[in-house]
Design a protein around this ligand. Structure first.
Ligand SMILES: Nc1ncnc2c1ncn2[C@@H]1O[C@H](COP(=O)(O)OP(=O)(O)OP(=O)(O)O)[C@@H](O)[C@H]1O
Ligand SMILES: [Mg+2]
Length: 292
């Protein structure tokens, strides 16, 4: 496997690399306080990704300040999911995948040689497009599955269950049927169950790859409420094709585009700016639905 083969190569990052990561603070100048908050979030510097010799992401430097929600938007195939997988070290397990650049979690490089990958996955949780509860497990077992796999001792399982299901916005609907199969829930409930499962190992970052694309509007709004509440405590990065959702749920937005080149960030800023006064015409065209 070519995993990480390119990471150590000097000079892979083009000279056009942004001196400061795009963010979040975007065109605003950030105060010292904001910078301190930023250090406790997630940051990427000069990220590139390849599958074999197909260069799919180029020089992505982004900042995800702690306790914020960032939406990743852009047309199909521009590298959003690939980028997301690099934030919790899933990319390198895909055959033919390689990468360059750095990812900092609370100021620590997650690709440093001595880093425990399993520990990173606990700190950076992920929720996928299709709800994927373990079908042979009960609702309660599903929520606690990650703690069991990671050998995390839980003193009071009932409290943890209630806490995670409450934070995922599902407690009231399932509290009397915790012993039923996870598969007995509706699609929207299953997705909230997956969010509860991700929360049980106490991540500091939650990555969500189109978490509502298979759900009805009611379930979608419930998940968006959940995301709002989660961001009081954790950092959320969400990929979405739904512009209304990006506008409703995110504090910051990054617009990715590939159009004949490797995918790259065209613009990253506060969501209200990206939607109302973007710097780049391509961003304006995309958020107004003129392409993609
Ligand atoms: N496992 C893989 N092996 C080879 N190429 C891949 C693999 N996964 C993705 N790619 C390629 O990498 C590029 C980026 O794909 P990615 O899935 O990250 O895009 P995306 O922005 O998430 O698209 P979508 O909005 O359709 O989910 C595409 O050209 C895709 O074909
Ligand atoms: Mg994708």
């Amino acid at each position: 496997m070519e995993t990480n083969q390119n990471r150590q190569v000097d000079g892979v990052i083009p000279a056009t690399s942004m001196a400061e990561p795009a963010t979040a603070g975007g065109s605003q100048s950030s105060t010292l306080d904001e910078r301190m908050v930023t250090m406790s979030g997630l940051q990427t510097k000069g990220i590139h990704a390849w599958f074999g010799d197909h260069h799919v992401l180029e020089d992505v430097s982004l900042d995800f300040p702690a306790n914020t929600v960032t939406g990743l938007i852009g047309p199909s195939g521009c590298g959003k999911s690939t980028f997301l997988r690099m934030l919790n070290r899933m990319h390198e397990f895909i055959p033919s995948a390689s990468m360059a650049g750095e990812v900092f979690l609370d100021g620590e490089e997650i690709y440093a040689p001595d880093v425990d990958v399993a520990a990173i996955r606990l700190r950076v949780g992920m929720v996928f497009q299709k709800p994927n509860p373990f079908p042979s497990m009960t609702i309660a077992e599903n929520v606690l599955a990650g703690t069991k796999l990671a050998n995390i001792k839980v003193k009071d399982k009932d409290s943890l269950l209630e806490e995670c299901l409450t934070r995922a916005g599902l407690w009231k609907e399932v509290k009397d049927r915790l012993k039923l199969s996870g598969a007995s829930l509706s699609g929207g409930q299953q997705q909230r169950l997956c969010i509860a499962r991700a929360l049980a190992v106490k991540p500091t970052v939650l990555l969500m790859d189109e978490p509502c694309s298979a759900l009805d509007p009611g379930s979608t709004l419930k998940i968006e409420d959940t995301i709002h509440e989660l961001s009081d405590l954790i950092t959320v990065v969400i990929v979405t094709h739904n512009m209304q959702q990006a506008a409703r749920v995110s504090d910051y937005c990054a617009f990715f585009l590939s159009d004949g080149h490797p995918g790259r960030v065209i613009e990253a800023d506060r969501t209200d700016i990206v939607f109302t006064s973007p710097q780049d015409q391509r961003t304006a065209d995309y958020v107004q639905g003129r392409f993609g």
